[in-house]
Design a protein around this ligand. Structure first.
Ligand SMILES: Nc1nc2c(ncn2[C@@H]2O[C@H](COP(=O)(O)OP(=O)(O)OP(=O)(O)O)[C@@H](O)[C@H]2O)c(=O)[nH]1
Ligand SMILES: [Mg+2]
Length: 272
């Protein structure tokens, strides 16, 4: 992050600049674009920043970002790789809905690990929101089906799913089943969305994760977590470029307020 400052302060040459950009998750084609702008405007860091920002803002002008508006009768499925920050995001998400005067409820569809439910319950107790949980090893779809019926009084239903690798066919099929079950309840909701959580440290490998999940379910938004701890923030340029899935939120810490709606220009300000 803030790579231009490093390039100017340390007076990096082209090779060193390239290395720095790659370490930040910037893929070669964007690194080339950035380096060409640095070469054209060697004198002033602020000017270079403006030129690069302008170029990227123009390039991504058609893309959709953020666009989140809390509303009643909505359901969110939170899916993603192991440890990508699903459950923590749900804590932050509950907080956000409550701040907007809505009363969310949670379904714990991760029935594989008791610890996963404990972790989620920590948040539901903290915010005093209802949680529906199944028994150990119960079919997550069945848990969700029952949970939705129990939560008719709640404005928002948030579903925590177990971590899964995108190339695990059984677990991905299970996710598809979850998605199908929920579509049977669609008359109860005005909005049903599936968010994919990504760990910012995953960098460009996130492309494969997105592709893997997309093979099985429709993804309505990306949540990029752990941007506070990451050295690969630049990979988001590629994710935005290659997919038509809006990046909706960024998680930037473990605290319940460490969540912001994604804004592309702010992102560029932090990255460059
Ligand atoms: N620094 C930082 N840590 C985070 C962030 N989000 C989550 N974490 C941490 O990352 C670890 C994994 O987060 P979880 O929320 O448990 O991830 P998960 O996707 O639910 O994990 P599984 O259910 O095991 O697949 C925890 O130690 C969190 O505290 C973030 O935005 N920044
Ligand atoms: Mg979890």
């Amino acid at each position: 992050m803030f790579f231009l400052k490093k390039i100017f302060q340390k007076k990096l040459n082209v090779d060193e600049t390239e290395d720095l950009l790659f370490e930040n998750g910037v893929e070669p084609k964007f690194a080339e674009l950035i380096i060409s702008k640095i070469k054209d405007n060697t004198s002033n860091e602020e000017d270079v920043k403006k030129v690069i920002k302008k170029e990227l803002l123009t390039k991504f002008a058609e893309k959709k970002f953020g666009g989140f508006s809390p509303q009643s009768k909505s359901l969110y499925i939170i899916a993603g790789n192991n440890g990508s920050g699903k459950t923590t995001f749900i804590g932050k998400f509950i907080n956000l809905f409550q701040k907007n005067g809505l009363n969310p409820a949670v379904i714990a569809a991760d029935t594989f690990r008791a610890a996963a439910i404990d972790q989620l319950e920590h948040f539901t107790k903290k915010f005093e929101v209802p949680i529906h949980k199944g028994n150990n090893m119960e079919d997550p779809s069945a848990v969700i089906f029952q949970g939705i019926d129990k939560m008719k009084e709640n404005d928002v239903v948030i579903i925590d799913t177990s971590g899964r690798q995108h190339n695990n066919k059984n677990l991905m099929a299970e996710l598809k089943k979850i998605s199908n079950i929920i579509s049977k309840k669609s008359d109860q909701f005005n909005l049903i969305q599936t968010f994919l959580t990504l760990d910012a440290n995953t960098g460009l490998a996130s492309k494969h994760i997105i592709e893997g999940f997309r093979e099985y379910i429709t993804l309505d938004g990306i949540i990029l977590n752990k941007v506070d701890s990451n050295a690969k923030y630049g990979a988001l340029l590629t994710i935005i470029n290659d997919f038509e899935i809006p990046v909706v939120f960024e998680g930037y810490g473990e605290g319940m307020s460490d969540l912001r709606e994604f804004q592309f220009e702010e992102y560029l300000d932090r990255l460059i």
